[in-house]
Design a protein around this ligand. Structure first.
Ligand SMILES: [Mn+2]
Length: 421
């Protein structure tokens, strides 16, 4: 009989010391069952022989091993048995309490596996995010090291005699989309054009400063400073620098812009809010609110102000909102993706939300100049982009010229002005 042959057969294997180790039939039965159970628990159907040895010890078999000879012996034994243990047999074994160690090990491992799967998703996401953040910071550091920033100068600006210098100005910067490469019949745009246009804008602002005898300027960046690569698929092909390079290089241009203005006005502030293209996460519902390119850009600008000794004031603001009181007039600023500047109730809604009576709300996002009077001398304004038209805006039928814009304000009133580029 088959069973009889097993009882009479001698089983042994050679251990690492070269000794022949005899094992009992009971040992082999237990060993093959533990092996099968461990295989069942493994997604790759592999037995962990380290685990196997531990479980064998718990079952009272101290002469098991993990080496090739031992594994071969168990395999041979299983082959001779010609079958896997039946469900009934297994159940009996469990009922007998002979394989209690396996039961508890399976329970433990299954519990851990579930927990891991649950946490796995969250952890993997965090790890991905952290790695990405670290990589980004490292890349930003490298880009900073390779970029020369303008020296800060704080010249005294004397008004000419008999001049009335009561005018203030808000200078908006919007939708630079640095890093975008546009090459269509209606428009050409790349980083060099961006540099040229920002310089051109600075000169136009300086002309306005001189003409209107402006004594203070608040520069407000309305977002979309970079084109970014994570947005629409189209941008994967239309972006020409890495995100880190885009952020550092556009910030260099913004600093140039700030310093140029500062050459002509003593009181200058700067602040920046984020647009949809600035988000490092494609998801606009991401709760990491400061996870955007403008945040990094702002940090660089603050660093420049401090290290270069500029007297320009950096003003902290929310990621997606800021407001300014200029000579008694209240202005709110948004990028325009979260609140629609086409919707006539937006000014009132922002007033409710921030408990202020705003005279105007200004934004970008639409890449075209628009001005909507939504109350008595109260306005919703969008300024155009530096980037200009692209395939996307063409598809949307939103053809428009490049522009930026400013607010001139004194005690008597304010005027919102488009500046064509
Ligand atoms: Mn934009």
């Amino acid at each position: 009989m088959e069973g009889k042959s097993i009882t009479t057969k001698e089983y042994s294997y050679v251990n690492r010391k070269g000794e022949h180790i005899s094992v009992s039939q009971e040992h082999l039965l237990t060993a093959s069952r533990i092996k099968e159970e461990l295989q069942k628990m493994s997604p790759s159907r592999r037995c962990s022989w380290y685990q196997h040895k531990k479980l064998m010890q718990e079952e009272g078999f101290s002469n098991s091993d993990t080496n090739e000879n031992y594994r071969g012996l168990i395999k041979r034994f299983q082959k001779e048995q010609g079958r896997l243990p039946s469900a009934k047999e297994h159940a009996n074994l469990v009922a007998d309490g002979t394989l209690k160690s396996i039961q508890s090990a399976i329970g433990e491992l299954n519990g851990k596996k579930l927990e891991m799967q649950e946490q796995g998703r969250v952890v993997r996401k965090l790890v991905r995010q952290t790695n990405k953040d670290l990589l980004l910071i490292e890349e930003v550091r490298t880009a900073l090291e390779n970029t020369d920033f303008v020296l800060a100068e704080n010249p005294v600006v004397l008004p000419e005699a008999d001049q009335d210098t009561s005018m203030s100005m808000v200078v908006c910067l919007s939708d630079i989309h640095y890093g975008a490469h546009v090459d269509i019949p209606e428009n050409y745009y790349d980083t060099q054009v961006a540099e040229y246009l920002l310089n051109d804008y600075a000169n136009k602002v300086i002309a306005l400063i001189k003409k209107n005898k402006v004594y203070s300027v608040d520069i407000v960046n309305l977002g979309d400073i970079v084109e970014h690569a994570y947005m629409r698929n189209q941008n994967l092909y239309d972006s020409e620098e890495t995100l880190s390079e885009q952020i550092v290089h556009v910030t260099k241009l913004i600093i140039d812009f700030i310093q140029k203005v500062r050459q002509h006005v003593e009181l200058v502030t700067y602040r920046g809010i984020a647009g949809n293209h600035d988000r490092l996460q494609g998801d606009k519902n991401s709760n990491l609110n400061s996870d955007h390119a403008v945040n990094i850009s702002n940090q660089i600008i603050k660093m420049w102000i401090e290290l270069a000794g500029s007297d320009v004031e950096f003003v902290e603001s929310d990621s997606y909102f800021t407001d300014i009181n200029v000579q008694g007039w209240q202005f709110a600023f948004i990028h325009g993706d979260r609140n629609s500047l086409n919707k006539k109730s937006t000014l009132a809604e922002l007033g409710e939300q921030y408990d202020r009576h705003y005279d105007a709300v200004l934004g970008g996002h639409l890449h075209r100049f628009s001005m909507l009077e939504v109350g008595d001398n109260r306005f919703q304004v969008t300024f155009g982009s530096v980037k200009g038209m692209d395939d996307y805006s063409k598809k949307l039928g939103a053809k428009s010229s490049r522009s930026q814009g400013v607010i001139l304000a004194n005690q008597e009133g304010f005027e919102i002005r488009k500046v064509k580029l």
